[in-house]
Ligand binder design. Structure first.
Ligand code: GSH
Length: 255
């Protein structure tokens, strides 16, 4: 009988000095207890290079994070998560052929509302301008986000957690912990970094108790807790989530 080949070691290529989009992938691998490697800057530059045409099976990639897993090279955060979650048992009941699509819907919604939209609060004109060149627009955008979008997305996830399909316990889907819970946790962690006062107000309101219960439950999972306390967990900086105190306003304050 021939020995089974060892499974590949996932390599995350996201060489940024802050958690960023790569963090969702790290959290999944940490929770799964799967050893992984961080790619280097030259590897990143080579993959992202305009000269790179991919290879016989892999298309060229556009923007990080990138994942290498054996011969496979992937991009797009939710796409990588979907792949890894199925590999490592974090994609719900494997007997339910539709679970991954529901989970993907939840992950995409969390990323829309608490990642892309939060980034756009400090860069509403786009990434080609410094924050200092768009401070006025950032304030307008942040007020609108905090007044309308943040409660809308928090309310949506509260509804998901109240709904029958979430099952028993603190998780989003079918009573089982999945990668969608990790995505929502990381999205809220980043949003809390950018808007600590607004998130505190939301928590104190009591309107989203199930959402914050899930957040705390993820944070307390043994492997996640150990990771968050380790030096592998980077500090927030100039990434998607940036803390500019002047943007963390109470939109009900008028003026
Ligand atoms: N939808 C993509 C977005 C990827 C993305 O925007 N990556 C950033 C770094 S976090 C980047 O380098 N973007 C370069 C660009 O958009 O030109 C994902 O979720 O992975």
């Amino acid at each position: 009988m021939s020995a089974q080949p060892a499974p590949p070691t996932p390599k995350l290529i996201y060489p940024a000095p802050f958690p960023g989009r790569g963090e969702h992938i790290r959290l999944l691998l940490e929770e799964a207890g799967v050893p992984y490697i961080e790619g280097t800057l030259p590897e990143f530059q080579s993959l992202k290079s305009p000269e790179n045409l991919g290879d016989s099976i892999n298309t060229p990639l556009f923007a990080p994070p990138f994942l290498q897993y054996g011969d496979l090279t992937l991009s797009q955060t939710p796409n990588i998560l979907l792949f890894l979650a199925q590999q490592f048992g974090l994609a719900g009941d494997p007997q339910d052929p539709h679970a991954v699509y529901r989970l993907n819907g939840l992950a995409l919604t969390a990323l829309d509302g608490f990642s892309n939209a939060v980034h756009d609060c400090h860069h509403p004109l786009g990434g080609n301008f410094y924050y200092e060149e768009q401070k006025g627009e950032s304030l307008v955008r942040s007020k609108d986000y905090l007044k309308t979008r943040l409660p809308l997305f928090l309310g949506y996830f509260e509804r998901v957690l109240k709904g029958e399909a979430s099952g028993e316990g603190p998780w989003l889907h079918a009573g089982e912990f999945t990668y969608a819970d990790l995505v929502l946790f990381q999205c809220l962690s980043g949003t809390r970094h950018q808007f600590p006062k607004a998130i505190q107000r939301a928590e104190d309101s009591g309107n989203y108790d199930l959402v914050f219960k899930l957040y705390n439950a993820v944070q307390d999972r043994p492997r996640i807790k150990a990771y968050l306390e380790s030096n592998r967990r980077q500090k927030y900086g100039n990434g998607i989530y940036r803390h500019y105190p002047e943007l963390d306003v109470d939109p009900e304050d008028g003026e």
